[in-house]
Structure formats: C-alpha cells, structure tokens
Design a protein around this ligand. Structure first.
Ligand code: KIV
Ligand code: ZN
Length: 355
C-alpha cells in the first residue's frame, strides 16, 4: 500500500470561502480536531495577511504536536519571513510559497515574463530554504500553464531546494483524464520527481475536484490538499472525507491508504459546518444527513436482509451511530414492521398486539 499524505487547508483556503471567517478560538478548536483526525499537514493560514492571521498560525504551530503546520506565502521575501516567524515554534515547520505560472496570470495579474517568473521562483524557494527544509512550491493555475513552461517552473523550484511540489487546479478547470495525463507528463519530464513529494490542490468549479485528486494519486501524487466538507474559494476544494473514504473503500483499486482516523470524519464535518455556518447538503457523499438513510421499500427490504445490499460504507466507519429507515410513501412492509417492533408492537396478520 502506498501512503498518501493529507494536507488540510480548511483554515486557509477554507477560510477564503465567501462569507466565512474564523476567530482564533475557532481555529484552535478545528486544528485540534484535525490533529485528532490524523491529518499530516495543517495549513493554518496566510501569516502576512493580517496580525490576526499571523497569530492564529503561530498559536496553532505551538499547540499542535502530531501534525506538521505550514503557512502560505507569496514569492515575496516579507511573506516568507513572516510565514517562518509564525511556524517556527512548531514540531515540523513548513513554508508553502506560490507564484502563478499561467499566461493569463503572467500577463494580466503579475505582468511578468516567463524568465522573470523562473527567476522569482528560484530566488524565493532558496530564500525560504534558509529557514526550513520542508519548502513547498505551488505553480498557481498550473492546469492552464503551458506544459513545457510548467516543467521549467517546477524544475526550477526543485533545483532551488523545494521538497514538495503542489500542482494547483486553481480555477477547477481540469478533468480526471487530463489531470492524470499531466501528472504522467511531469513524472516523465521532471528530474528528481521521485525524490520530492508531488501533491494536488483541486477546486470544484466543474464538480470534479475529488475525481481530479484521485486521478493525481493514480498518476504519481503522494499528497492531497483538501478541506473538510470541501469548503473553499468559490465552489470549494477537494473534500477530504470523500478522498479519504474513496481510498479506503476502493483500496483494491487505489492500493493506497491515509493516516485519517475515519470515525472522526463526521465529528470534523459537524464542527466545520457549525463554525463556518455552512450547512452540509443532506445528499453530500460520506457525511451528509442522508448518506445512511433509506426510504424506498426495495432498498429497505434489502438493507434489512443484509445492509451491504445498499450500503458500501457502514455508518460506524465515519462516526455515525446508525443507518436510518425513513418511512415515506415509497416505503414497504418490511421497514414498517421493523419500526413497529422497535417501538413495541408485534403486528400479526389481522391483529395488533402490544408486547
Ligand atoms: O488555488 C490555488 O491555486 C491555491 C494556491 C495558493 C495553492 O490556493
Ligand atoms: Zn486554492
């Protein structure tokens, strides 16, 4: 089994969700739950963004002992120094620096040439390396970057000392076939691909972020960036609970495992939903209110005979106490009689007795 690291960015990209803001106490509560959940790396914030963000990252780095803590920094010296000041008290400090590489970002946002982008990556990764060994570099908008230039950008970061290369699908543009092929291409073209950790960071604009992350795993990624409940900028990020559960339930296919303590998923989801004020849709995979609910008669009858007829995940696995049989107009006798027995009635043909 390959080990897939889980990098959680609920506290950074998750907080970029429109209308969401966490205070220090809330961030500490979530960071402690993420530690209990077994995530490998917590991205606790963007330290240069504000004194409050700096303080959150610093406090979390000092409190959390079982997960590494990282902070985000643009390719700007002041950002990187500030990120280091925030994470340095942690057990395994990391710095995550990023610079956009796509033509649209280079031309309109950065106003930089390709050569300038490469020089900045080289300079800032080396700058970050003075402070920590675990420097992560992300070529923002990687999936809309010319593939040959993406190789140059990543190679520059690795040659400057980056230990983690994260490939962001910043605008949720790619699809599993294309993203898998991109990882295969990088694997083939990048010197030292196997000596660094390759990671994915997918947004959900076309609803494919989880599938894209899984395609990255199948093609060489050994770390996934994700958030609880998939919260994040615009349509959100890869949902951690979905990736972790897909790898677990389909380990026959993926041959990979994570350190996630699966029965902490529901508790983590409830906490993030409560603190972000974002309700989880009832039909959300893995942790939605209906994920273990059955209403139609045929399904209820099958479930009562053997739950695995209609459930591939047991509720206990994610920390939900039990499945529910909801009585509705499509329900059948088997579920009705079972519910009546549960509440103390044995129904016999033509008669009702209380037991
Ligand atoms: O979506 C993105 O590209 C990001 C980067 C900072 C990794 O969040
Ligand atoms: Zn993002």
């Amino acid at each position: 089994m390959r080990k897939i690291q889980i990098f959680d960015t609920t506290l950074r990209d998750g907080e970029q969700t429109a209308g969401v803001s966490f205070n220090l106490q809330e961030k500490i509560q979530m960071a402690q739950q993420l530690e209990t959940l077994g995530v490998d790396v917590i991205e606790a914030g963007f330290p240069i963004a504000s004194p409050g963000d700096f303080n959150c990252v610093k406090t979390i780095a000092e409190i959390v002992k079982e997960s590494a803590v990282t902070g985000l920094a643009r390719c700007v010296e002041a950002d990187i120094s500030r990120a280091y000041e925030a994470v340095k008290g942690g057990v395994a400090p990391q710095i995550h620096t990023f610079l956009a590489t796509s033509p649209i970002h280079r031309e309109f946002k950065l106003k930089m040439t390709q050569a300038e982008v490469l020089a900045s990556i080289d300079h800032h990764v080396r700058y970050a390396k003075q402070f920590v060994n675990m420097v992560q570099f992300s070529p923002e908008d990687a999936t809309r970057t010319e593939p040959d230039f993406l190789v140059k950008a990543i190679q520059t970061a690795i040659d400057a000392g980056a230990k983690v290369i994260n490939v962001p699908d910043t605008v949720g543009y790619t699809n599993p076939t294309e993203f898998g092929a991109l990882f295969r291409y990088l694997r083939q073209e990048i010197r030292g691909f196997d000596e660094v950790i390759f990671s994915s960071h997918c947004h959900d604009d076309l609803g494919m972020s989880v599938a894209n992350a899984l395609a990255a795993i199948e093609n060489g990624a050994s770390r996934i960036e994700c958030t609880i409940n998939g919260i994040g900028e615009r349509a959100g990020n890869t949902a951690m609970e979905e990736v972790a559960m897909a790898l677990h339930i389909r380990k026959d296919h993926y041959q990979a495992e994570t350190n996630i303590v699966l029965n902490q998923l529901k508790r983590s989801s409830d906490l993030v939903s409560h603190l972000s004020g974002m309700a989880v849709p009832r039909n959300k995979a893995v942790i939605g209110g209906n994920a273990f609910a059955h209403q139609s008669g045929i399904h209820q009858d099958g479930f009562l005979k053997n739950p695995s007829t209609y459930e591939i995940i047991t509720p206990e696995l994610v920390g939900v106490s039990q499945s529910t049989l909801v009585l509705g107009k499509l329900s059948g006798r088997h579920a009705l009689f079972t519910r009546l027995a549960d509440i103390g009635f044995q129904l016999k043909r033509g008669a009702t007795t209380t037991v």
